[in-house]
Design a protein around this ligand. Sequence first.
Ligand code: AMP
Length: 113
Amino acid sequence: MPTLFEKIIAREIPANIIYEDDRVLAFRDISPQAPHHILVIPKKAIARIAEAGEEDEALIGHLLLTAAKVAKENGFAETGFRLVMNNGGDGGETVPHMHLHLLGGRPLAWPPG
Ligand code: AMP
């Protein structure tokens, strides 16, 4: 059964997509927790970072670099941003398709709740 994010990749569900290449997709989170809240996801269906393998190393590097590029292109890299990947129940994961939260546009408290 395809996940919600696979349906977004396939354009079966609409999303505010702001970046795409052959390996990753970035779109605005439907419930933003900051002025900029963007999800960067691999097109490959990997449930979560704990399920990724050594063969995914380059893809995960590309995911991180893409997040930084999207922050720069959208004008909030200089003021700072945070990258978050939730893994499993205690991590707060709700969609079982690996994704990076890119948050910026306001000061973010630490530690997280
Ligand atoms: P996580 O809780 O880390 O698994 O993150 C899942 C994220 O997906 C949450 O921040 C949701 O707000 C977001 N989300 C759920 N449905 C959609 C959707 N249709 N379009 C964009 N973001 C979504």
